[in-house]
Design a protein around this ligand. Structure first.
Ligand SMILES: [Zn+2]
Length: 83
């Protein structure tokens, strides 16, 4: 998958959000520059071929903390910003 191309397509709909933390996708150019990622979910059959966006913050934390730690940390972060 061509990530910059996908980011452009999604940004043009104005409805892109990070799959994990719901951060809004900025404009396409900015998203490409900031390192937003587009991934295809093949692990879960129910979500087969779904495309998700991952913001740079979540990518970094996932790499640093590992999947489990990231998800635990994420619930705290998202809660703090929305509650
Ligand atoms: Zn995120």
């Amino acid at each position: 998958m061509n990530v910059p191309e996908a980011l452009h397509a999604i940004a043009s709909t104005g409805e892109g959000y990070c799959w994990y933390c719901d951060q809004r996708l900025p404009g396409a150019e900015e998203a490409v520059r900031d390192g937003w990622d587009v991934q295809r979910l093949n692990s879960d059959p129910a979500l087969r071929d779904s495309i998700i966006l991952v913001c740079p913050t979540c990518q970094r934390e996932k790499a640093e903390l590992g999947e489990e730690g990231f998800l635990r940390n994420l619930s705290l972060r998202v809660c703090n910003s929305t509650c």
